[in-house]
Design a protein around this ligand. Structure first.
Ligand code: F0G
Length: 460
C-alpha cells in the first residue's frame, strides 16, 4: 500500500444539527428569478449549502453557548465587557476597547474620529464598507496594494502586501499631513483572502510613523493571516498563531474588527486603540451610534461569546483545520481545471469569472451570472465580487471596472463537512461544462450605496 498525504480532520465533533431543505432545479430557477439574479436576495431557506459569506455564519462551541448564559445584561459596566477587554489586550495587545455591533460600526466610528474632509486614506485594496465609511467621513481611499494582488494567476505568497513605493509616492504627492491613516487589511478579502507578511507590516509601520501617519489594522481575519505567516514566512514556523498575531498587531496603532469572522460569533465587533485621546473620542462617539461604551450595541452575552470565541479561534489546531478545509475545496476544483484565484484564500475560494465566462463582457456582470448559475445547478450560494461590488467612482459616477471579476465561495467556520464541499466542487464543474450556454445580465435596479446587496438583474 502506498501512503498518500497524511489526512487532517476537524478538532471538534458535532453535537447539534440543523436540517436543510432540499429543492429542485425548477424551484431554484424560480427563486433566483424572483431574487433578481442576486444571491443576497434569496431566502436562506431556499439555499442548500450557503457559501455566501463566512460572516456571522460560524458555529459556536458548547463553551461559547455556555458563556451566553453568563451574560451580564447591565446597561453599564457589564462584566462581559471587562472580560472581552482583557482578552483583546491578551491576544491583540491594544490598550483600549470600544465594542460595536459589528465591523462597519467600528469603521464608522474610527473614520469619523480620524478623517478630516479632503484627506487621503491609503489601504491594501478596498473593502466595500471600509471604503464607504472613509468616503462618508470626507476621505478619499487610495489603493496601494502590490500589483500581484490584481492578478489571479500570481502565486506570490503574500499578495495582500502594501507596495511601499506606491505608499511613499502618495506621501510625497499629498504630504503626510493630508493622510488620515493607512489601513492594512489582513487577510485581504477582495484580493481573494490573501495575507500580508510580517516584514511588510513592519516596513509600513516604519514608513508611516516616519511621516506621522497612524497604522490601522483591519483585524477581521488577522488570525488567519497569522497562520499564513507561520506557514510561509521565514523565522515563524516555530511560533504559535497567538504569538504571531500579537506581534503583527503590535505594528499598528489601532484596529477595527468584525468579530463575525475570526472570532466565531454570529454578531459583534470592536475598535481597539493604544492612544488615550483617540479612545476618549471613540468613547464619546460610540454613545451616539451604537450604545454606551461598555456594550456598543451588543448584549452582554454577545460580548462573552466573542471573548470566548477569541480563545478558541487563536488555537493553531483550529486555524489550521479551518484553512485546510478551504484548501480542500480549492484542490477539488483544481482537479476539474476550474479557473480560480491562486494561492487559495484563507476564508474562501474565488472563482475567476472572466476566465470562466470568456464570452460575457464585464458590463454584463459575468460573476453575478456565475453565482446565479451555480445556485440554479445545486442550491449552493456564493457571492459576486467583481464589477457590481466595486460600484461607482464617487466623483464621476462612472462604474469601476476592477481587474478581478470573481465569485466567492466562502466557507463558514465549523459548519460544513467535506461531503458538502464535494457537492460544491461537482456543481461548479457541471456549470463549467455548460459555460458556453451562459448569458450575461443587465442591471434593472441600482441602489445608491453598496449596490451589490440589493441590485436587481434580468437575463440578457
Ligand atoms: N472588513 C473586512 C475585511 C470584511 O470582510 C468585512 C465584512 C468588514 C470589514 C465589515 O464587517 O460585516 O461585521 O460590518 N465582510 C463580510 C463578508 C460582509 O462577507 O466578507 P461587518
Amino acid at each position: 500500500m502506498s501512503f498518500k498525504q497524511k489526512p487532517w480532520a476537524e478538532p471538534f465533533k458535532v453535537k447539534v444539527v440543523e436540517p436543510l431543505k432540499m429543492t429542485t432545479q425548477n424551484d431554484r430557477e424560480n427563486a433566483i428569478k424572483e431574487a433578481g439574479y442576486n444571491t443576497f436576495l434569496l431566502k436562506s431557506e431556499d439555499v442548500y449549502i450557503d457559501l455566501l459569506t463566512d460572516s456571522g455564519t460560524n458555529a459556536m462551541s458548547d463553551y461559547q453557548w455556555a458563556g451566553m448564559m453568563m451574560g451580564d445584561e447591565a446597561y453599564a459596566g457589564s462584566k462581559n465587557y471587562y472580560y472581552l477587554e482583557s482578552n483583546v489586550r491578551k491576544y491583540y495587545g491594544y490598550k483600549y476597547l470600544v465594542p460595536t455591533h459589528q465591523g462597519r460600526g467600528a469603521e464608522n466610528l474610527l473614520s469619523q474620529c480620524l478623517i478630516k474632509k479632503g484627506q487621503y486614506v491609503p489601504g491594501n485594496m478596498y473593502f466595500t464598507t471600509t471604503r464607504l465609511h472613509q468616503e462618508l467621513a470626507g476621505g478619499t481611499f487610495v489603493d496601494v496594494i502590490i500589483d500581484e494582488a490584481h492578478d489571479p494567476q500570481s502565486e506570490h505568497p503574500f499578495k495582500g502586501n502594501i507596495c511601499l513605493n506606491k505608499f511613499e509616492d502618495l506621501i510625497k504627492k499629498v504630504g503626510g499631513g493630508n493622510i488620515a491613516y493607512v489601513t492594512i487589511g489582513a487577510t485581504v478579502n477582495m484580493a481573494g483572502g490573501q495575507p500580508v507578511s510580517m516584514k511588510n507590516i513592519k516596513e509600513v509601520h516604519e514608513l508611516a510613523h516616519k511621516h506621522g501617519i497612524k497604522v490601522v489594522l483591519d483585524a477581521t481575519r488577522a488570525m488567519e493571516n497569522a497562520y499564513y505567516i507561520q506557514q510561509r514566512e521565514e523565522g515563524y514556523s516555530q511560533k504559535t498563531v497567538a504569538e504571531i498575531l500579537k506581534e503583527f498587531a503590535s505594528y499598528s496603532d489601532a484596529a477595527t474588527m468584525s468579530g463575525k469572522k475570526d472570532l466565531l460569533v454570529n454578531i459583534g465587533g470592536f475598535v481597539a486603540v493604544n492612544d488615550e485621546d483617540l479612545f476618549e473620542e471613540l468613547r464619546n462617539m460610540v454613545v451616539v451610534y451604537e450604545g454606551l461604551h461598555t456594550y456598543g450595541g451588543l448584549a452582554g452575552r454577545d460580548m462573552e461569546a466573542m471573548a470566548r470565541g477569541m480563545e478558541e479561534a487563536v488555537l493553531d489546531e483550529h486555524i489550521s483545520s479551518r484553512i485546510r478545509q478551504v484548501a480542500y475545496l480549492g484542490n477539488l476544483l483544481d482537479d476539474y481545471n476550474i479557473p480560480m484565484v491562486k494561492p487559495f484564500g484563507g476564508h474562501a475560494i474565488f472563482l475567476d469569472a472572466r476566465k470562466f465566462y470568456e464570452h460575457i463582457p464585464q458590463n454584463q456582470y459575468p460573476a453575478q451570472a456565475l453565482a446565479a448559475n451555480i445556485y440554479i445547478n445545486s442550491g449552493v450560494r456564493g457571492m459576486e465580487r467583481g464589477i457590481v461590488s466595486a460600484g461607482r467612482n464617487k466623483e464621476t459616477g462612472e462604474e469601476y471596472f476592477p481587474k478581478l471579476e470573481l465569485v466567492r465561495l466562502t466557507i463558514p467556520r465549523r459548519v460544513y463537512t467535506q461531503a458538502h464541499l464535494d457537492v460544491v466542487a461537482y456543481s461548479v464543474a457541471e456549470v463549467y461544462e455548460n459555460r458556453k450556454n451562459a448569458k450575461g445580465l443587465k442591471m434593472v435596479y441600482e441602489p445608491k450605496y453598496l449596490r451589490f446587496f440589493q441590485a436587481l438583474f434580468e437575463e440578457m
